[in-house]
Ligand binder design. Structure first.
Ligand SMILES: *Cc1c(COP(=O)(O)O)cnc(C)c1O
Length: 377
């Protein structure tokens, strides 16, 4: 009789969009200007509004988060073969951005409470070839920015934060884009905030900002002068307008997400074998993701079994992040062999539950109920 419980398909996320008429009205001027890309009016407007919203000194819009990260790393001009200490518990983009710059990722294990890089293990991985640290504020959890900063200063390393998950997060009342030498954001459709696709680099370093402006437009400085080997990573006007429209709804969405997370937490506090991520009391969380870690020995079922059980009920969770990036076919056994016990433990047990502003209480209860009763009761 399980059939009758199957409701509408629920995905792990649902892209936020402004009302149709609002976007259509907003893009209407493009049919007059015929200016669709190359740092247009809306690109510049969006850049300024984001700079203000994210409260960062400088910001450069990019076509997506990946290119923001890859080009930021490129802009530092590290010698090929240099080493970058990073986390393997992330989206593949982080590691790709390092390797595509001809640098070697040195994977560092993570912490069990919030899944960010274990700052106490960074120092032992540093060699004379190390040039940078690329940590990730995974699920919007703030890395130990003070300790990372201390280590970076001691060894004269650059710190580039992958803040793709951390839109709107503040740490000790300071916006997350202000830590390290640079931070990158993603505005992909599946993220907390989107401009269809999109990304940005935030920095206080004007030189870096200028380099990024060249790099994202083929290294073109002026009509007849090309100063660097760039590529094309510019954000177009349709993206910028979507971003501008969506920005008006971000606070309302945040409140809805907060309520959903609260309801989930109430359910899971009573379930043995399910661990929730630790909330940092010094940070304003953005409620972008809701990961649970399943201890199969206590819970009585593995993560993969639960994933399947939910899927049968039309609930599509994600094993995010599994496997860790260092174990992917393209990277396995290529780089320094480091003990990544905690990262692997988490990756094999983590499940991301559906979380988006429109998720109804009944849906939350249905999802949590299946997890509590290990199937439909
Ligand atoms: C999404 C994401 C990226 C890449 O951003 P895109 O906008 O999709 O290119 C990079 N790092 C992390 C951690 C991400 O989640």
């Amino acid at each position: 009789m399980e059939q009758k419980h199957i409701g509408q398909r629920i995905n792990v996320t649902r892209t936020s969009m402004p009302p149709y008429e609002e976007y259509i009205k907003a893009i209407r001027p493009l049919w007059d200007s015929h200016w669709l890309t190359n740092m247009g009016e809306y690109h510049n407007k969006f850049e300024n509004r984001l700079k203000e919203y994210l409260d960062v000194p400088e910001l450069s819009l990019m076509v997506n988060g990946h290119m923001a990260l890859e080009m930021t790393i490129q802009a530092f001009g590290f010698p090929k073969g240099s080493e970058v200490v990073t986390t393997p518990f992330t989206f593949i983009s982080t590691t790709h951005a390092i390797v595509r710059n001809g640098l070697d990722p040195i994977f560092c294990d993570i912490k069990f409470d919030d899944y960010t890089i274990d700052e106490t293990k960074i120092e032992e991985l540093i060699t004379e070839k190390t040039v940078a640290i690329v940590p990730v504020h995974v699920y919007g959890n703030v890395c130990n920015v003070e300790e990372i900063d201390r280590v970076a200063k001691k060894y004269d390393l650059k710190v580039i934060y992958d803040a793709a998950h951390a839109f709107g997060v503040k740490y000790k009342n300071i916006s997350i884009g202000n830590f390290g030498d640079a931070a990158i954001f993603s505005f992909h459709a599946t993220k907390l905030f989107n401009s269809i696709e999109g990304g940005a680099l935030a920095t206080g370093n004007i030189e870096l900002l200028k380099k990024l402006y060249d790099l994202k437009n083929f290294g073109i400085r002026s009509e007849e002068i090309v100063v660097s080997v760039g590529a094309n990573a510019k954000m177009n006007e349709f993206q910028a307008i979507m971003g501008l429209c969506n920005l008006d709804y971000i606070e309302g969405n945040r409140k809805k997400r907060k309520k959903i997370v609260k309801r989930y937490r109430e359910w899971f506090e009573k379930i043995e074998g399910i661990k929730l991520m630790k909330i940092n009391e010094d940070a304003n969380h953005n409620f972008a993701y809701f990961p649970i870690i399943i201890d199969n020995k206590v819970y009585g079922m593995t993560r993969d079994e639960l994933y399947e059980k939910l899927m049968v009920q039309n609930i599509y969770t994600r094993k995010y992040f599994y496997p860790i990036t260092s174990d992917q076919a393209c990277f396995k056994n290529r780089y320094k062999n480091v003990n990544l016990t905690i990262a692997r433990y988490c990756a094999s047990r983590v499940l991301l539950l559906p979380l988006y502003p429109e998720l109804a209480d009944e849906d939350i209860d249905r999802i949590a109920g299946i997890i509590k009763f290990q199937g439909v009761k």
